[in-house]
Ligand binder design. Structure first.
Ligand SMILES: Nc1ncnc2c1ncn2[C@@H]1O[C@H](COP(=O)(O)OP(=O)(O)OP(=O)(O)O)[C@@H](O)[C@H]1O
Length: 634
């Protein structure tokens, strides 16, 4: 089955059109079901045909199931023809699902079952949620199903992953989890296919390297383009077929051989590359031909410039000195961190979202004696709870039921000799806190499903925007772990508290300007506006605002108010409209969190629930948006 991922159906029309197709198939809403699953021999053949898919999808299904366990739901994997290959579910629900053939061997095409998430998602090649009465057949209306096709780089469906459950217990996060799972399977498959190629991991934001949303592109060692994953094609702005005409050089304006030479000289270093559309990305090339393949894929501390690329900009925001732009609270924090560099003291960085916690962690690594070893970052908030365990501690071959895939050493082992950065440590589930504590005490890790212990030597840096002391008091954060993590606690000030706003603005504009070109000055009225702003997204928001403004002001003599993004101006004005009078009561009932929550809720409504668009509009990370959604659902 070939899908055209670009021809996405508009959400409003999707169900009516699917119902029209169902009627055209001759189905009637009151029809009793075609509950005829495949004969077991046919199912065995289907499983055999789709062995690679199932090998990669089963562990992902397991972890997805842990997320939804106890919600009267199940996780399903189908082949490209809508045949259910595997199912994992809550016992009570599985029995009900069985009655409508929602089980291995069940065939869920639109033709057989009318409008349903699996059939409709596969028919359209896009994520589809079908809720209760939106099912064409009445017999299926007790369900809510969320399905995402698993696509290969050409946009062909390899299968689909689905969560189906009782419509009364549906959660608004289910679709996001299913999307992440499908993407995870796609990336696993992609990596396996291109194991021996030169692989480029890239993203406009360095913190997204190594995550599900990173772009991946594969090249032959002489630079011929082979393939890119979904995010890679999106970022490059070119489809798989358009990319076939390209080479590494024609895409990035740099010779791949030179890049590989440079990477051999500075292993693990990051590059700054410019995409054909002009966007600058941070990239990590990887080439591990079979003989020398190791389980090490660590992020490095310092982006280095690609060689012989006149348009490339210095992206390096590394080193503690770089971060010190004159704010006394920050200078003190940096001084304390500097004194303890290389002493093996665990560091805990606190601060609101976007205050530069990860940048500080990278600078600690960069300036310390472990700089040649890996810097491995794990964001505990962006990985589904049960994935954190395998991500961090690794797993042995066959650790997951039904899975035959190779083991993985986990991030802790990857960070051996270097620095492990656990971002959003406050989001780590309690059970895993106990495991982490054991690792820190015993200095060794036991991967899941195995018995062996692997010795590790890591510098631990953690970060959180949460109040871990309050979490300890309410029992959601372990006291013993807290005291292990807080060898040194540094708090990064929020942007609105900093006295070096002008210096930071200058620094950011300088790094956004073309090499050798002085950045545009900022008009005093704009600086005054900046000084009044609440900056809920802190430095990340300021960076986004300034980058946009600098582009808008091209050809002008200064960055003025009219160059600022409109949503930012609205946000500033809304904040300024809150009590202006000196004697007005203090806005005690409107803490920053509440203002942020309101801004996110408003933006979600305005952007039709698109989390990425909301994060971009507000200049906050998507984690912040997800965290907010989770908090609301709790
Ligand atoms: N000192 C700085 N100078 C210039 N830009 C900075 C600085 N610190 C942070 N930034 C910008 O802000 C962005 C966010 O920084 P970082 O990811 O380190 O923050 P964070 O506190 O870890 O965020 P979160 O809590 O959301 O993960 C960076 O990508 C960078 O663009």
């Amino acid at each position: 089955m070939h899908l055209e991922p670009t021809a996405l159906a508009a959400p409003r029309d999707l169900i009516p059109h699917a119902h029209a197709r169902s009627a055209a198939f001759g189905l009637r809403a009151q029809d009793t079901l075609d509950a005829m699953p495949l004969a077991s021999a046919d199912l065995r053949c289907a499983l055999q045909r789709n062995r690679v898919l199932t090998d990669h999808a089963l562990p992902v299904m397991e972890t997805l199931y842990h997320q939804i366990a106890g919600t009267h739901s199940m996780v399903l994997l189908t082949d490209p023809e809508g045949v259910i290959l595997h199912a994992l579910g809550d016992d009570d629900f599985v029995a009900r699902a069985d009655r409508v053939a929602l089980r291995p061997g069940g065939v869920w095409t639109e033709e057989r079952k009318g409008t349903n998430a699996i059939g409709t998602a596969l028919a359209l090649g896009q994520a589809v949620q079908v809720h209760a009465g939106q099912h064409y057949l009445r017999a299926n209306q007790f369900l809510t199903c969320s399905c995402v096709p698993i696509l290969d780089p050409q946009g062909r469906a390899l299968g689909a992953i689905d969560v189906s459950g009782d419509h009364r217990s549906q959660s608004k996060h289910t679709m996001a989890l299913v999307r992440m799972s499908a993407q995870m399977v796609e990336n696993h498959l992609w990596n396996q296919v291109h194991e021996d190629a030169v692989r480029l991991h890239f993203h406009a934001r360095p913190e997204f390297l190594g995550t599900l949303v990173e772009g991946l592109a594969a090249f032959t060692p002489d630079g011929r383009f082979l393939s890119a994953n979904r995010s890679g094609q999106f970022q490059l702005g070119l489809s798989h077929s358009a990319l076939q005409a390209h080479t590494f050089g024609s895409l990035f304006g740099v010779d791949l051989g030179q890049v590989l030479d440079q990477c051999r000289r500075a292993p693990g270093a990051l590059l700054t590359l410019r995409l054909p559309g002009g966007v600058t990305v941070v990239a990590r090339p990887e080439h591990r031909p079979q003989a020398e393949r190791l389980w090490i894929a660590a992020d490095a501390a310092e982006p280095v410039r690609a060689p012989a690329r006149p348009a490339a900009r210095p992206g390096g925001l590394s080193g503690l000195r770089y971060l010190n732009t004159g704010d006394p609270a920050l200078a003190q924090a940096i001084e304390r961190v500097t004194k303890l560099l290389g002493r093996g003291i665990a560091t805990l960085i606190q601060g609101e979202t976007g205050t530069g916690k990860e940048l500080l962690a990278r600078a600690i690594h960069h300036d310390g004696p472990r700089r040649q070893a890996p810097f491995v970052a794990v964001n505990c908030a962006s990985i589904p709870e049960s994935l954190i365990e395998s991500e961090l501690f690794g797993y042995e071959e066959g650790a997951f039921t039904g899975a035959r895939r190779k083991g993985s050493p986990g991030k802790i082992v990857q960070a051996h000799g270097g620095t492990l950065f656990l971002d959003e440590i406050g989001d780590m589930p309690l059970a895993l806190q106990a495991r982490l504590l054991r690792v820190l005490q015993e200095r060794s890790v036991a991967p899941l499903g195995g018995t062996r212990q692997i010795e590790v030597d890591i510098q631990l840096v953690c970060a959180t925007h949460r109040n871990l002391r309050a979490m300890m008091a309410e029992g959601s954060f372990r006291q013993d772990l807290y005291y292990r993590l807080n060898g040194l606690v540094v708090r990064l000030p929020a942007l609105r508290e900093r006295s070096d706003l002008a210096a930071i603005v200058q620094r950011i504009l300088q790094s956004a300007a073309d090499a050798g070109t002085p950045p545009l000055p900022v008009a005093p009225e704009v600086m005054a506006l900046f000084a009044r702003c609440a900056w809920p997204g802190n430095l990340r928001q300021l960076t986004n605002v300034l980058r946009t403004a600098a582009l808008m002001a091209e050809g002008d003599t200064a960055i003025r108010r009219e160059h600022l993004p409109e949503d930012f101006l609205e946000e500033c004005e809304a904040a300024a409209a809150v009590p202006a009078a000196a004697d007005a009561p203090a806005p005690a009932a409107q803490p920053l969190q509440a203002i942020t929550a309101a801004a996110i809720a408003q933006a979600l409504a305005a952007q039709g629930g698109n989390v990425s668009a909301v994060a971009r509009a507000l200049g906050v990370s998507r984690n912040t948006v997800y965290r907010h959604l989770r908090a609301q659902a709790a």
